[in-house]
Ligand binder design. Structure first.
Ligand code: SF4
Length: 371
């Protein structure tokens, strides 16, 4: 048995370079307001407002909630020309750079650029063809702001959508690349690209094609229309996790049919899980089993809820018994290893004290506050 273990221990595992999971350094560095995007900058976390476009106060309240959760860039739909005044007011009061999301009417995009947009997002499939973007490029150039070319499977350019000799990823990538080429021929280089599908594999394949075809262009990654929170987080974590692990992606959105704040929480949890960016607490908790003698599921949920407003990358272990509890609790920044109706509290590997089950959550939070 000992020999067998020694043999297993002698297997040479290749060292894993952290550079494997760093954001792409080959992309061009752009500025979205005061936020650096691309060129090896940390992956930018963003979301989209869903308050009515005309309601300035509702949008500003949502921006504040998103900023508090760690959002760095926010996008706002500007569906009608009559919404431009509200858009301008939001830009003027927003603590975050605001991206104007414009479909169908290039005039709105031009005006948004003049009225404070930190970036424009247009869709090649519905903005009126290549020529219709000339005025938008001029307006963005004059304002000194980037443009995101956002291709979606649901609104592909009709001539490309009709081709049955191309796969969906090829169609999406070709559409985006044609637009990038057009912008660059016109002398406009501050371009970000997204090409999203609701299908995880199609999304991953599309971004892989893009990162090869236009390696200098920053990529906004996301799985579009990913669904409600449970399914959406899983699909997004699968798709974006694969891409981020390969160094693909300069900014990200996790699209959820939910409160946009949940999108930001999911983004940070994903970035933290990959070790790319850490901002929020991580909970290490066991699944419980027949050995557990406290209500660990309730304790872990209470700890998660209390930590949801903490913006520190602290690791907190909430463990059910002596099997793995002391090891995990000692390894985390803070932890509790539970026994029969009680728990032993750890801080940075050292035992702090023993507390009754009813005091575990408060005791952990007291230790969090000291960090
Ligand atoms: Fe079960 Fe203990 Fe492992 Fe939790 S730590 S799953 S209670 S053995």
């Amino acid at each position: 048995m000992q020999n067998e273990q020694n043999e297993q221990n002698s297997v040479p595992f290749p060292a894993r370079e952290r550079a494997d999971v760093l954001p792409n350094k080959r992309t061009r560095r752009l500025a979205v307001g005061n936020v650096a995007l691309g060129g090896g900058a940390p992956v930018v976390v963003q979301s989209m407002l869903n308050a009515p476009a005309s309601d300035v106060q509702a949008n500003l309240a949502q921006i504040k909630a998103l900023a508090d959760a760690g959002c760095e860039v926010v996008r706002m739909a500007v569906p009608h020309r009559r919404d431009l005044d509200a858009f301008q007011a939001v830009c003027e009061a927003s603590p975050l750079p605001v991206v104007a999301d414009v479909h169908f009417d290039p005039h709105i995009a031009c005006e948004a650029a003049r009225r404070g947009a930190a970036k424009l997002r247009i869709n090649p499939g519905n903005i009126g063809g290549l020529a219709a973007t000339d005025a938008v490029l001029d307006a963005a150039g004059e304002a000194g702001i980037p443009i995101r070319i956002g291709v979606n499977a649901g609104s592909l350019d009709k001539s490309l959508a009709a081709r049955d000799d191309l796969s969906l990823p090829e169609k999406l990538a070709r559409s985006a690349c044609a637009y990038v080429e057009y912008c660059e021929r016109k002398g406009f280089h501050d371009v970000v690209v997204s090409a999203k599908a609701h299908d995880v594999r199609a999304t991953v394949d599309t971004y892989r094609l893009l990162s090869t075809a236009i390696p200098h262009v920053p990529l906004h990654i996301g799985v579009t229309e990913a669904g409600t929170a449970f399914q959406g987080v899983i699909k997004s974590a699968c798709g974006l996790g694969i891409l981020l692990e390969q160094g693909i992606g300069d900014t990200m959105r996790i699209s959820l049919t939910d409160d946009p704040v949940q999108e930001i929480r999911a983004c940070w949890a994903l970035l933290g899980s990959l070790g790319l960016r850490n901002r929020t607490p991580e909970i290490i908790s066991c699944p419980t089993c027949g050995r557990c003698q406290v209500d660990l599921i309730s304790l872990a949920k209470q700890v998660e809820q209390r930590l949801s407003s903490v913006a520190k990358p602290v690791r907190v272990a909430v463990m059910g018994c002596v099997v793995n509890g002391p090891g995990e609790a000692a390894d985390a920044d803070l932890g509790v290893a539970c026994g029969d109706g009680c728990g032993v509290l750890f801080s940075h590997g050292n035992v702090v004290r023993k507390v009754p089950e009813s005091g575990i959550v408060d005791a952990l939070m007291e230790e969090v506050a000291k960090l």
